[in-house]
Design a protein around this ligand. Sequence first.
Ligand code: CU
Length: 158
Amino acid sequence: MRRRTAGAIVTAGAVTGALLLTGCGGSASGSEGGGPELSVSAAYMPQPVSDSMAAGFLTITNKGGAQDELTSVTSAAAGSVTVHETTGGAMREVDRLAVPAHGRLVFRTGGDHLMFDMLKRKPEQGQTVLVELHFATSGDIKVEMPVKSATYNPATGH
Ligand code: CU
């Protein structure tokens, strides 16, 4: 009996708290709390075999409470950069990829990747390729993508 009563009180308190939080977020201009909070890590480009085409990988982390979407990628080093996903062994170009709230969008070998076409010149190991990521909500993020060996494995760092 006592337990049931206590439980009801706790529930009522939680509901009140949630309502207060909602009211608070609504009055803010979206500069804090509600929006996506993106950061980029583990960016690299394996030195390509081809003179004109290369792949790129990175991880986008979202610490915010709202999802965002990667809508396009640009780089002065390439005539075009497209976003590809790999499903069932076949890759296809996609318009956008979601970066879930409190989650990550991971580009990795055999999975989602960036595709650089019409390279101005062949990237060599030790160089850096500057890439600009564009999002539906967040501002642009510039990434210096180091060119690694053709067989670079981010898990081992070699
Ligand atoms: Cu591809």
